[in-house]
Design a binder for this molecule. Structure first.
Ligand SMILES: CC(C)(COP(=O)(O)OP(=O)(O)OC[C@H]1O[C@@H](n2cnc3c(N)ncnc32)[C@H](O)[C@@H]1OP(=O)(O)O)[C@@H](O)C(=O)NCCC(=O)NCCS
Length: 144
């Protein structure tokens, strides 16, 4: 299957672009309350055709068995076109095959329908709820 994106090590330029994206109030309202982050692996999301940097994704708070997943497509022109789904699939592949994880999970606001649909397309299922920093999240997981 041909994917719409590739994941790359973030560059300094990528980090600067991300800073500009993440002052976007809508993105801030959808992607909230990371909680305490002990460790993380970050990737830039790059379009497969054109090498355009459109977002970032991460596996964080990982140990030998499991990790949390986070993703943001910062360039809104790329929302709803399948780029987030393909980036999530690549990140899952990295977590399961390269890091050897057994479980990858995430938290998402229940009103973030686009993200939930994206995660469902990648095989995540809802497993519970989590209260953090005054927000009520849905938790989802995917096992190897
Ligand atoms: C969440 C995010 C990564 C998803 O990536 P994306 O490329 O926009 O999503 P995709 O196109 O791969 O999938 C979105 C799906 O949701 C669907 N969708 C979007 N809005 C919807 C709505 N209101 N009702 C039902 N379905 C909806 C789309 O149609 C698509 O499903 P389909 O392919 O079956 O048609 C991206 O939108 C993003 O970064 N948003 C801002 C930050 C954020 O929310 N991060 C996640 C925090 S948990």
């Amino acid at each position: 299957m041909e994917l719409k994106v590739k994941l790359q090590e973030p560059t300094m330029m990528d980090a600067m672009r991300e800073t500009m994206w993440y002052v976007d109030p809508e993105i801030q309202s959808l992607d909230v309350a990371a909680g305490v982050v002990h460790n993380s692996k970050w990737f830039s999301i790059i379009t497969a055709d054109g090498d355009h940097h459109i977002g970032a994704c991460t596996l964080y708070n990982y140990d030998a068995h499991e990790a949390q997943l986070g993703i943001r497509i910062g360039d809104r022109g790329y929302w709803n076109l399948g780029y987030g789904t393909d980036a999530t699939l690549l990140l899952l592949q990295y977590g399961f095959e390269v890091m050897g994880l057994q479980r990858i999970w995430l938290k998402v606001l229940p009103e973030n329908i686009r993200a939930i649909r994206c995660y469902e397309k990648c095989g995540f299922t809802r497993v519970g709820k989590l209260a953090l920093d005054g927000y009520e999240f849905v938790t989802m997981e995917k096992r190897r």
